[in-house]
Design a protein around this ligand. Structure first.
Ligand code: FAD
Length: 468
């Protein structure tokens, strides 16, 4: 059977393409291929075991229907300035319009109506004043917080809506390759994701690669094999910072998420905060080759005593080396090696003292790790000097805006690395230099968040609808 559209990857970018076509009552035959499971079959065993057992063949946090969105914090950033470079491709105003439209779809599926960061204007002014004093920029970004449990429900309803509308979804199915004939993408080679056997080919008029950060290395191989144009992008290397809620109380209350950007001396690289989770939990996600990377999320109702957020330092490479994904993986591997395959955690004060952290020392602090199986150790032995210096300088500056964040007991977890770095060359229809092959979401290098990935999907869906 030939499909009108084959989407590889059931993350937000892929599913919102299908959703938009279905909502517009398109008659197109759509196939979604997903390496992981249906959303109701996704569960992280850590909830029971309290430690990561490195699920095989895939990590449930990153794989399966709704991709990395399923266990995400479900924070929808409602500003075009946050979540990637899509505005460079289709324009800021268009992106902002599509954010409003896509937000409406999330609301239809039951998202909380409250938007954080729109009130308390005097308090926001005061925080901005302090940010200016510290040499940091405060980015305005209203947030709709779904919460992990609600995000799960919303994506489950979207899954069922698509299935009922006749969209075929092949779960537990891994796309090994894209079939290209005479410069045109015509199909996808598939295998069983567990056994990697039983190869079959499905044909389609258009193919969309929406494989997320998880599929970034896979896509890199596909680009190299088929001559798909891309440029080396940025790699973000950082840590997840965790403090008691009391330290972050003001910004949590006024902004929910404080999006701060700085360019600390001496390198002047871009350093920023990302994904702040008041009352949240630090989490682990696993990638292929047993790569363990730290992240964070928060529930709507279940709250911890801590707030976590990422501090990321952006790096670019030119020549002779220009493979940011490989660089990021090496750094992550090194940190994992020192943590015996687990996430490492170190106190800020120990870093300043030039010593590792010991487990018994963590017990002495006000702040207790919400990632209980993180290994106390020494991040500075693995994270390169330049990003580490950037992170420490940034925390120092941030202390003006959030007094107490630079206290000795503040926890730094690593590695937090974002693998969205290769930027696929796309035209305004998100088509690559291979005819009929499109690329969406975090895998494309143009987005790095739920809303922007969803927007890219909706926009693609509308293009395909108009075309038919
Ligand atoms: C713990 C956590 C918390 C997060 N919190 C937030 C948040 O609060 N707000 C926010 O904006 N963003 C958050 N994010 C990031 C957000 O989830 C991603 O930006 C978003 O999901 C990207 O969507 P995507 O469609 O590009 O890819 P993904 O969601 O990564 O989906 C890609 C899908 O493709 C599948 N796939 C990959 N390769 C193949 C293949 N070869 N064959 C078949 N299937 C394949 C994968 O299994 C996956 O399901 C969080 C991420 C994590 C992990």
């Amino acid at each position: 059977m030939k499909f009108d559209l084959i989407i590889i990857g059931a993350g937000p970018s892929g599913i919102f393409t299908a959703l938009e076509l279905v909502r517009r009552k398109s008659s197109q035959k759509i196939l979604i291929v997903e390496e992981g499971k249906r959303i109701e079959q996704r569960s992280c065993p850590k909830e029971k075991t309290r430690y990561c057992i490195s699920c095989k063949p895939n990590c449930h946090i990153t794989t399966g229907f709704s991709g990395a969105g399923a266990f995400s914090d479900g924070k929808l950033s409602l500003s075009y300035e946050v979540g990637g470079d899509l505005p460079e491709l289709i324009g800021s105003e268009t992106v902002q319009d599509y954010i409003a439209y896509t937000d409406g779809i999330y609301l239809e599926f039951g998202a909380d109506k409250k938007v954080e960061g729109l009130e308390n204007t005097e308090a926001i002014k005061d925080i901005r004043r302090k940010a200016i004093e510290a040499g940091l920029k405060l980015v305005d970004c209203p947030i709709r917080h779904l919460g992990t449990e609600k995000a799960h429900e919303i994506y489950r309803d979207i899954q069922n809506y698509l299935l009922e509308a006749g969209v075929e979804i092949l779960f537990d199915t891994f796309a090994t390759d894209i079939v290209i004939e005479d410069g045109r993408a015509v199909g996808v080679k598939l295998v069983d994701s567990k056994t990697r056997t039983g190869e079959q080919i499905r044909y389609g008029n258009r193919i969309i690669a929406a494989t997320g950060r998880k599929g970034a290395a896979w896509l890199e191989g596909i680009c190299a094999k088929h001559g798909i144009n891309r440029s080396a992008g940025t790699v973000d290397i950082g840590v997840r910072v965790e403090v008691r809620n009391e330290v972050m109380e003001r910004v949590n209350h006024v902004l929910y998420e404080s999006k701060l950007i700085g360019y600390p001396a001496p390198y002047r690289d871009k350093v920023r905060t990302f994904c702040q989770n008041p009352g949240g939990f630090v989490s682990q996600e696993n990638y292929d080759d047993d790569l363990a990377v730290v992240n964070g999320h928060s529930y709507k109702s279940k709250k911890s005593e801590n707030t976590n957020l990422a501090i990321l330092s952006s790096h670019n490479f030119t020549q002779p080396f220009n493979q940011p994904i490989q660089y990021g993986r090496k750094v992550a591997k090194l940190v994992n090696m020192l943590g015996d395959g687990k996430i490492l955690v170190q106190r800020y004060g120990d870093i300043l003292d030039g010593k590792r952290t010991w487990q018994h020392e963590l017990n002495q602090s006000n702040v207790q790790p919400t990632l209980p199986d993180a290994i106390a150790g020494d991040l500075t032995s693995a994270i390169p000097y330049r990003p580490m210096t950037n992170i420490l300088k940034f925390i120092e500056a941030m202390n003006t805006v959030v007094p107490g964040i630079a206290s000795r007991e503040t926890l730094l977890y690593g590695p937090e690395i974002k693998f969205y770095s290769n930027k696929i060359s796309l035209d305004q229809k998100f088509e690559t230099n291979i005819q009929s092959l499109h690329c969406l979401g975090d895998a494309s290098g143009w987005t790095r968040g739920l809303m922007m990935a969803s927007v890219m999907g909706v926009y693609m869906g509308q293009l395909l609808y108009k075309e038919k």
